[in-house]
Design a protein around this ligand. Structure first.
Ligand SMILES: [Fe+2]
Length: 173
């Protein structure tokens, strides 16, 4: 990958315990809390050992596959560990708006995790619609900018050649 050039690289984990989240196998023979715990533990391990990315994508993707029943634990301790790993390394997070399309009440990560990121000093945040068709491009971007403004983020980030540019949210809403 070092020989390639990309505007930005997203680290998005789609498997846990060698099982695709999409298949539902992660949730077999485990409580929902156990499944979430192992998901976040593996994500923490991933960001500790893999560094070639700019943005951590859809951080709480595990919720998308458990729309019927979410864990009551917010896992903020483990997620804080993830943030303490990526923030000092100049990496950010994505607010992936597709969560709403798939039936979640919000994008990914959820609002409480966005607040946690802000509280821990996170400033680099990108918007992604995860569009699989043209009509989904920039889905809910206006609403998301309003949300980020409400939480206290001043800037939204874009990347070119893996260099961040910061854009004042108040000029976009
Ligand atoms: Fe993804």
């Amino acid at each position: 990958m070092n020989e390639e050039t990309f505007d930005f690289v997203i680290c998005s984990m789609h498997t846990t315990d060698k099982k695709g989240l999409h298949s539902g196998d992660l949730f077999k023979d485990r409580t929902i809390d156990e499944a979430y715990k192992i998901y976040y533990e593996e994500l923490l391990e991933c960001v500790k050992s893999f560094k070639q990315f700019n943005i951590l994508g859809h951080l709480d993707l595990v919720k998308r596959y458990t729309i019927d029943k979410q864990s009551e634990n917010n896992f903020h301790e483990l997620i804080s560990e993830i943030f303490k790993e990526i923030i000092p390394n100049g990496k950010g997070i994505e607010l992936n708006t597709s969560g709403v399309r798939y039936g979640l009440p919000n994008g990914m990560p959820s609002n409480d995790i966005l607040k946690l990121y802000k509280e821990l000093g996170g400033e680099i945040i990108t918007l992604g619609s995860d569009a699989h068709r043209e009509s989904e491009l920039a889905f809910e971007f206006c609403e998301s900018l309003e949300l980020l403004d409400t939480i206290g983020f001043k800037y939204i980030t874009t990347f070119e050649q893996q260099e961040p540019s910061f854009h004042l949210i108040e000029e976009l809403i």
